[in-house]
Every structure is written in structure tokens, then in C-alpha cells.
Design a protein around this ligand. Structure first.
Ligand code: HEC
Ligand code: HEC
Length: 201
């Protein structure tokens, strides 16, 4: 596609997305996925390939995890100013279509480069994370544990700080062990762990 065609398609999708959001019943124009996900690209990059250090990559994200995150933002469990209204919009539009759209995109690891010395320190510290996130950081859907690989380092670090302060899903019993572990880790080490997981492919 040329850029101008892509722009036209984009605008048409935005209008379609807004029309659907306007409360129209699902009909023949209800092309799932792309149209509903269009507004996300302003922050998450085209087709979810975020280039920003603090905005997570959605391209290739498994649908179970994207759905959980959207539900957590919408219910206020995960307070995030940027995601509050968008998560509610996604639930209204149909989270399954949006999740399927991003899961169907080829994963695009962050272009943000991690400092090799930080990666090496993070690798040494990551032995504490392997029990849940696995030896390659890919997580375990059966246990609700996400893939950390290729996410931007700034985003990963922020989430660790939020867990440590119990500001992400406060009081959630299932995350007790994770948060207890985060409290034993000095803030300076979060940058190293983030650099390491971000560098994995
Ligand atoms: C205004 C910018 C912005 C827009 C628009 C936006 N997001 Fe986000 N999104 C963010 C930021 C920033 C975060 C990280 C927030 C945090 O600290 O938890 C995030 C986090 C997420 C996460 C969590 C990922 C993870 O690894 O836990 C998902 C899923 C997500 N967004 C999906 C979407 C979808 C789907 C849309 C479109 C309907 C969207 N976002 C629109 C900025 C945005
Ligand atoms: C006891 C199991 C457990 C251990 C140990 C653990 N995690 Fe996690 N981690 C989880 C679970 C479960 C989630 C998903 C939480 C949710 O659904 O909100 C998660 C989420 C994360 C996230 C957020 C990912 C995203 O996309 O938003 C980061 C970052 C993270 N863990 C880093 C680490 C690091 C680094 C370590 C080691 C220092 C670690 N975790 C150890 C279970 C664990």
C-alpha cells in the first residue's frame, strides 16, 4: 500500500470505528479487529508495534493476556490515566475482536536499545523470576503469567515499581508472591531486569 492509500484506509476505519462506538448494532459493516483497534495506534504504534519506551508492544500479544489487561484497566484494578477510557471503549466494541486482531499481528520487539552492561546485570538477577516467567521470559498462559520478551524497558520497569508499591492490582491475592519478591529488590535493579527481559526475543 502506498502511504496515501494507507491513510485513506485508516481514516475510513476511524470513521467506521466511531460509528460502531456510537452504539450501532453489529451489522454488515462490523468488520472485526482492525477498525476497532485503529485508535490504539496513536500510542501503541501501527498494528501494535510500539516504538515508545513506556508504551507496551501489542503486536503478537496473546489474546488471553490482552483481554485480562483491558478488563483490569476498565475495572480500575490497574489504574492508568492513558488506558482508562480506551479500555472501556474496547469492552463496548468487543474485546474478543480487538484481542484477536493484535494476537494475529507479527510480534515486533521494541526498537529501544538496552545497555549491554545493564542486560548482563539483569540476566544475573533474573534467576528469581524464572520460576514463574520461565528460563526464556516467555511466561506461562496456564498460570496467567505473561511473556516479558521484547517489551520496552521503560514499560517493564514502571510495572515493577507499580507492583512493589502495590499500585497495580492492589490487594490481589494471586499476585502476593510477585509483590513480596519485588519488595526485596532495590529500585536501581529494576532497570537492569527490564533491560534484560526487553532484550530477549
Ligand atoms: C493515549 C495513549 C494510549 C492509547 C490511545 C491506548 N493505549 Fe494502551 N497503553 C498506554 C500506556 C501508557 C500503557 C501502559 C499503562 C500502565 O502503566 O499500565 C498501555 C497499556 C496497554 C495494555 C497493557 C499491556 C500489558 O503488557 O500489560 C494493553 C493490553 C493496551 N494498552 C491495549 C490498548 C488498546 C487495545 C488500545 C486501543 C483501543 C489502547 N491500548 C490505546 C497508552 C495508550
Ligand atoms: C510468583 C510468580 C512470579 C514471579 C516469581 C515473578 N512474576 Fe512477574 N508476573 C507474574 C504474574 C502472574 C504477572 C501478571 C500479573 C497480572 O496479570 O496483572 C506478572 C507480570 C509481570 C510484569 C508485567 C508484564 C506486563 O506485560 O504488564 C513484569 C514486568 C514482571 N512480571 C516482571 C517480573 C520480574 C522481573 C520478576 C523477577 C524479579 C518477576 N516478574 C517474578 C508472576 C510472577
Amino acid at each position: 500500500m502506498t502511504n496515501s492509500i494507507r491513510l485513506l484506509v485508516g481514516c475510513a476505519s476511524l470513521i467506521l470505528g466511531l460509528a460502531l462506538y456510537g452504539g450501532a448494532a453489529a451489522g454488515p459493516l462490523d468488520a472485526p479487529g482492525y477498525a476497532k483497534a485503529f485508535s490504539c495506534s496513536a500510542c501503541h504504534g501501527f498494528a501494535g508495534a510500539s516504538a515508545a519506551d513506556t508504551v507496551p508492544v501489542l503486536a503478537g500479544m496473546p489474546s488471553w493476556y490482552l483481554k485480562k489487561a483491558i478488563q483490569d484497566y476498565a475495572s480500575g484494578k490497574r489504574p492508568a490515566a492513558e488506558m482508562e477510557s480506551y479500555s472501556k471503549m474496547v469492552l463496548e466494541l468487543g474485546v474478543d475482536d480487538v484481542a484477536a486482531y493484535f494476537a494475529g499481528q507479527k510480534k515486533q520487539p521494541t526498537p529501544v536499545k538496552a545497555d549491554p552492561a545493564a542486560v548482563a546485570r539483569g540476566k544475573a538477577a533474573s534467576t528469581q523470576c524464572v520460576v514463574c516467567h520461565g528460563p526464556e521470559g516467555k511466561g506461562d498462559p496456564a498460570k496467567g503469567i505473561p511473556d516479558l520478551t521484547g517489551q520496552p524497558p521503560g514499560y517493564l520497569k514502571n510495572q515493577m515499581l507499580l507492583f512493589k508499591a502495590d499500585r497495580r492490582s492492589p490487594g490481589d491475592e494471586t499476585l502476593k508472591a510477585l509483590k513480596a519478591l519485588m519488595r526485596t529488590i532495590p529500585d536501581e535493579a529494576f532497570g537492569d531486569l527490564a533491560a534484560y527481559y526487553s532484550s530477549l526475543r
